[in-house]
Design a protein around this ligand. Structure first.
Ligand code: MOS
Length: 692
C-alpha cells in the first residue's frame, strides 16, 4: 500500500517524546565555553566607552568581545539566491553605533554560563544617547519611504474610474501589532573551529545551507569550510530562516578563545536581536456595484523596519490577486525605527494584509447588505489578476462550500447581535485564505542497500513540520520498501543541497528530488549485483511556472461568544477548508494547519510586543507578558483538506501547508466580533476593552 497520503506517525516522534532528540543547545563537546551578551539599554546613540576591566578580571572569563576587539568579520552579500541571506545585515560589533535596544555591544566568553552571565553584568557601557522613535504613531511616519525607488507602484486598469463606478464603498485603515515568533526552542548555537581552519556550527536554523553561506561570506571562508548542523529544531515560524547576530557572535567567540562555545539567545532577547513581525498600518479602499461586483481594490500599506535593514512586510501583495477586479492598485512603504530588524513570520505580508483586506470585504458586504460568503463567491478569480495567468489548481469556491456546510452558515442571521445563547451573544465571521505555492531547486541522494533498506540524504531540515516523515514516505513508495526501512539524513549542510524550511516551499521542492534520486538508484541496481548503489536526484521548477499561477487557498468560519455582562470574549468554533493540492501526510499536515489557526487566534486576540517610547525597551519580553493562546483559548478546530492534486506542481502534486493556515484567521475573528457586537475593530489584537 502506498505510504504517501497516509497519516503515519512522525519519524522522529519517539526521539522527541523520550527527550533523545538533540537540539543545537544539547550539543556537548570537550572544552565547551559559554557566551553571554552585553546588550544595549538605549535604542539610539554612540558608544563612548566600554569598560571591561572588572569583567576581564572576573572568575572564569576567557575574553570580552566588542567593537575593535573581535576577530574580523565582513558583511554578507545578503542575497536569497546565493544562500547568503542574513536577518540583520550589520555584523555585530561593526561600528560604535547603537541602532536599537537589545543590540549586542559586547559578549563575554567564560568557562561556565553562570560566570559569563555574571561577568557580562560587570561591563560598563557609556552611550551618548540620541532621540528615538520606536512605533508607528498614528499619522506620524517620519522617514516613510519606498523600499525600492526604481520599481513603480502596482496598478492595473484605472483605479480612479473603478472607485467612481462603485455603488458601495469602503475606505478604512487597519493596524496590526508587532509580533514575536517565540518558538519554544530559543535561538541557539554551538560553534567550534576544527582542523584545517574549518568551522562547525550546530544551529537552530530553518536553512542549514543558508546559514553555511552567510557564515562563510562573513568570515571569509569558502562554503566547503563551513558545516552547519540542525538535527532537530523546536519551531521556527520564520524567526530562524536567516542568520542573526547570536550565531555570528558564537563563531567569533569560538575563534577568539580557540575553543568550542555555546550561545543561547534568552527569551528577553528574542524580540530584539532575533527578528519579529513588524507592525503595519493599512488603508484599504474597496468599491463594488450594487450586485456586489468589485470595481476597485486598493491597498496602501506601511510597515516598520529597523535603521539597519529595509525589511518589507508586504501586506498589500495578496490584494493584487485574491479577487477578480479590473481596477487595482497597491503601495508598500517602510518606516525605519529604532528597533531590531523585523523578519518573516508565518505567512509574512499575507497574514497582516489579509486581516485588512478580509475585514474590508466584510465591511463591503455589510454596506451592500449581502452575505459575506456570497460577496466572495461573486468575485472569485479564474486567473491571477496580476500576471494574467490561469491558476494551476484552484478550488476556492469548493472551500466556501465545505466551510459553509460544516459550519451551518445557512442558519446565520445577518442582524448584529441577533444570535444569542443564554447570556452570550453569538457572532459568526468569515474570511478567505491564500498563500503562494512555491517550489525551488533541490538535490537529494539515496543509498540503497542489498538487504532491502535505504538511506536518503538531503541538506534540508525539519522545524517540527514533518519533513523527516514525508521524506521517508516518498522514498519508501518510490523504492517499494516499507517506511520502516528508510533512514532519513537531513539537517547537515554537507549533504546534497536542499531547500529552506520557509515560505511553505520545502516539501514541494525536495519531494521531486527524492523521487528522482530513488529512480536513479533503481536504475543503477538493474545494472548488476552490488552490495549497495547510490542514486542522485536534482530537480527544479520549470516552464510550468511561466504558464500558471501557483497558489494555495482556503477559508475559515469562526464563531465567537461575547458575554457583555462579564466582558468575556471567547472563540467557540473554527471551521476551515484548505485547498493545497495532494496531502502527503494528513496527520502532520493537520498539525500544521491547526498550528496556523492557533497562531491566527493569537494574532487576532493576544499577541503584541510593545516598545517603551522612552528607551525602546521591549516591554513584553517574556512569555508572561507576551500573550499567546493557551489550550483553554482554543475551541475544537474542524479542518478539512480538499485534496485536489495539482498536476502542474511536480512530485505528488502537493503544495506546502506551513503558512496557509494562519491566513485570514484574524479577519474572520474580527468579522465575527462585529457580527456579535456591532463594533468594527480595525486594530489587532482585539482587546476586551475595545468592546466595553
Ligand atoms: Mo516561514 S515565515 O517562511 O518560516
Amino acid at each position: 500500500m502506498a505510504s504517501v497520503g497516509q497519516g503515519i506517525d512522525r519519524y522522529e516522534g519517539r526521539l522527541k517524546v523520550t527527550g533523545r532528540a538533540d537540539y543545537a543547545a544539547d550539543r556537548r563537546c570537550e572544552g565547551l565555553a559559554h557566551v553571554a551578551g552585553v546588550f544595549s539599554q538605549v535604542a539610539s546613540g554612540r558608544v563612548v566607552a566600554i569598560d571591561c576591566a572588572a569583567a576581564e578580571r572576573a572568575p572564569g572569563v576567557l575574553a570580552v568581545l566588542r567593537h575593535g576587539h573581535c576577530p574580523k568579520v565582513k558583511r554578507s552579500p545578503n542575497a536569497f539566491g546565493s544562500a547568503t541571506k542574513v536577518g540583520e545585515v550589520r555584523p555585530p560589533f561593526e561600528d560604535d553605533r547603537v541602532y536599537y535596544f537589545g543590540q549586542y555591544l559586547a559578549a563575554v566568553v567564560a568557562e561556565t554560563w553562570e560566570q559569563a552571565k555574571a561577568a557580562a553584568a560587570l561591563v560598563r557601557v557609556t552611550v551618548a544617547r540620541e532621540p528615538i522613535q520606536v512605533a508607528l504613531d498614528d499619522g506620524q511616519w517620519p522617514g516613510e519611504r519606498k523600499p525600492d525607488p526604481e520599481t513603480p507602484d502596482y496598478s492595473r486598469g484605472d483605479p480612479e474610474q473603478g472607485w467612481a463606478k462603485g455603488d458601495a464603498k469602503v475606505d478604512a485603515t487597519y493596524a496590526t501589532a508587532t509580533e514575536v515568533h517565540n518558538a519554544m526552542e530559543l535561538h541557539s548555537t554551538v560553534a567550534r573551529w576544527v582542523e584545517g581552519g574549518k568551522l562547525e556550527v550546530h544551529d537552530s536554523t530553518q536553512w542549514v545551507v543558508g546559514t553555511r553561506g552567510a557564515l562563510a561570506a562573513m568570515l571569509g571562508l569558502r562554503k566547503e569550510q563551513v558545516t552547519v548542523l540542525a538535527h532537530h529544531i523546536g519551531g521556527g515560524f520564520g524567526g530562524k530562516l536567516f542568520v542573526w547576530p547570536g550565531t555570528v557572535v558564537a563563531a567569533l567567540a569560538a575563534k577568539a578563545v580557540k575553543r568550542p562555545v555555546k550561545l543561547v539567545t534568552d527569551r528577553h532577547q528574542e524580540g530584539t536581536t532575533a527578528g519579529h513581525r513588524p507592525e503595519t498600518r493599512q488603508r484599504v479602499r474597496l468599491a463594488a456595484t450594487k450586485e456586489g461586483v468589485l470595481t476597485l481594490v486598493r491597498h496602501d500599506a506601511i510597515a516598520a523596519t529597523s535603521k539597519v535593514d529595509d525589511f518589507i512586510e508586504d501586506a498589500a501583495e495578496t490584494s493584487k490577486t485574491l479577487y477578480r477586479c479590473p481596477h487595482a492598485a497597491t503601495t508598500q512603504r517602510i518606516v525605519p525605527l529604532h528597533i531590531g530588524t523585523p523578519t518573516s513570520m508565518r505567512a509574512p505580508g499575507a497574514a497582516s494584509g489579509l486581516f485588512a483586506l478580509e475585514s474590508a470585504m466584510d465591511e463591503l458586504a455589510v454596506a451592500l447588505g449581502m452575505d459575506p460568503i456570497e460577496l466572495r463567491r461573486k468575485n472569485d478569480a479564474q486567473r491571477d489578476g496580476e500576471s494574467g495567468l490561469p491558476y494551476s489548481s484552484k478550488h476556492l469556491t469548493a472551500c466556501f462550500d465545505s466551510v459553509a456546510k460544516r459550519f451551518g452558515w445557512a442558519k446565520r442571521k445577518a442582524g448584529i447581535g441577533s444570535m444569542r445563547a443564554g447570556t452570550e451573544i453569538i457572532g459568526w465571521g468569515f474570511a478567505t485564505a491564500t498563500w503562494p505555492a512555491l517550489r525551488k531547486n533541490s538535490r537529494a541522494k539515496v543509498e540503497l542497500f542489498r538487504e532491502g533498506r535505504a538511506k536518503v540524504y538531503c541538506a534540508t531540515q525539519d522545524i517540527g513540520t514533518g519533513t523527516y516523515t514525508v521524506i521517508a514516505q516518498v522514498a519508501a513508495d518510490a523504492l517499494r520498501l516499507p517506511v520502516s526501512k528508510v533512514e532519513v539524513a537531513i539537517g547537515n549542510s554537507d549533504y546534497p543541497e536542499g531547500p529552506i524550511s520557509g515560505g511553505s516551499m520545502a516539501t514541494a521542492s525536495f519531494v521531486p528530488a527524492v523521487m528522482a534520486a530513488c529512480e536513479d538508484a533503481l536504475k543503477k541496481l538493474k545494472g548488476g549485483r552490488r552490495e549497495s548503489v547510490v542514486g542522485e536526484g536534482e530537480t527544479a521548477p520549470g516552464a510550468e511556472r511561466k504558464k500558471f499561477s501557483f497558489r494555495s487557498f482556503g477559508a475559515h468560519a469562526v464563531e465567537v461568544r461575547w458575554d457583555p455582562g462579564i466582558g468575556r470574549l471567547r472563540v467557540a468554533r473554527v471551521v476551515t477548508a484548505i485547498d493545497a493540492g495532494k496531502i502527503l501526510n494528513p496527520k502532520t499536515a493537520h498539525n500544521q494547519i491547526a498550528g496556523g489557526i492557533v497562531m491566527g487566534i493569537g494574532m487576532g486576540l493576544r499577541e503584541e510586543s510593545v516598545y517603551d517610547s522612552r528607551d525602546g525597551r521591549t516591554l513584553s519580553d517574556s512569555l508572561a507578558e507576551y500573550l499567546v493562546p493557551v489550550n483553554a483559548d482554543i475551541p475544537p478546530l474542524d479542518i478539512e483538506f480538499l485534496e485536489f492534486p495539482d498536476r502542474h506542481m511536480g512530485g505528488h502534486g502537493g503544495h506546502g501547508v506551513g503558512e496557509i493556515g494562519i491566513c485570514g484567521v484574524a479577519a474572520a475573528l474580527a468579522n465575527a466580533v462585529y457580527h456579535a457586537t456591532g463594533q468594527r475593530i480595525r486594530e489587532i489584537p482585539i482587546k476586551v476593552e475595545d468592546l466595553l
